[in-house]
Design a protein around this ligand. Structure first.
Ligand SMILES: O=C(O)CCC(=O)C(=O)O
Ligand SMILES: [Fe+2]
Length: 216
């Protein structure tokens, strides 16, 4: 998802975090196996800069139409600001089933550093189809099912700054959520251009997948 926050907000967030936020070792906020493989720095939740910045980012995300359509947030868990310096990474793990009493259906990473500010540090998501190595422009976001194994490869040079978060979705099933998202996207395109072929094909695909889901 490109640019979920506008450039001035991104710049303000980066400046505040870099200049005045306090960080502590990331394993303090991890549970279970994730604790052993988590090697990063985490913005301290009670730090006033971190509080202000995460509040601002939450507001921007909840107002973003594509994020809303893809994740269908019902409840957001607290967001974290994470920093990975040279040599830091986060080994393969799945996220805790609940965070702050919020069932984790969707995990997301909002990139605050530009890709040319660090080497390595890809977010690698393992799905049934294999591995996907993700490194997006500053201000862009990726969301994925919290049940997928994922890791952050070691940063070889520079600093990787991200905001990460989790949410409970109003549609719990990944499959159902992605069908709704495909339909919403196709419908939005057809409202703009009623003869959009690709949008029609997408609706036909959704229909086929619904039939497969429902037929005996
Ligand atoms: O830094 C990231 O992009 C993801 C970190 C992560 O997997 C987590 O905090 O659980
Ligand atoms: Fe994670």
């Amino acid at each position: 998802m490109e640019s979920v926050i506008d450039a001035p907000t991104l710049e303000a967030v980066r400046e505040q975090v870099i200049e005045s936020a306090s960080f502590s070792p990331g394993h303090h906020t991890a549970a279970g196996r994730a604790r052993e493989v988590k090697h990063n720095l985490q913005g301290i939740a009670t730090d006033s800069t971190i509080k202000g910045v995460t509040r601002l980012l939450e507001k921007a995300l909840l107002a973003h139409p594509v994020f809303r359509a893809a994740a269908r947030p019902r409840k957001l868990a607290r967001m974290l600001i994470s920093r990975y310096e040279e040599g830091m990474g986060y080994g393969s793990h799945i996220d805790a089933p609940a965070i702050d009493g919020v069932r984790t259906d969707v995990s997301f990473t909002l990139f605050l550093s530009a890709p040319d500010e660090y080497e390595g540090g890809e977010l690698v998501i393992e799905s049934g189809a294999g591995e996907d190595a993700i490194k997006l422009p500053a201000g862009a976001l990726v969301c994925y099912p919290s049940s997928f194994l994922h890791r952050v490869d070691p940063v070889r040079q520079g600093t990787r700054l991200v905001a990460v978060g989790w949410l409970q979705s109003e549609v719990r099933s990944v499959e159902q959520r992605s069908l709704l998202f495909a339909m919403d996207t196709a419908l939005a395109r057809l409202r703009e251009a009623p003869d959009d072929r690709r949008a029609l094909d997408e609706l036909a695909n959704v229909r086929a997948n619904l039939q497969r889901m429902w037929m005996e």
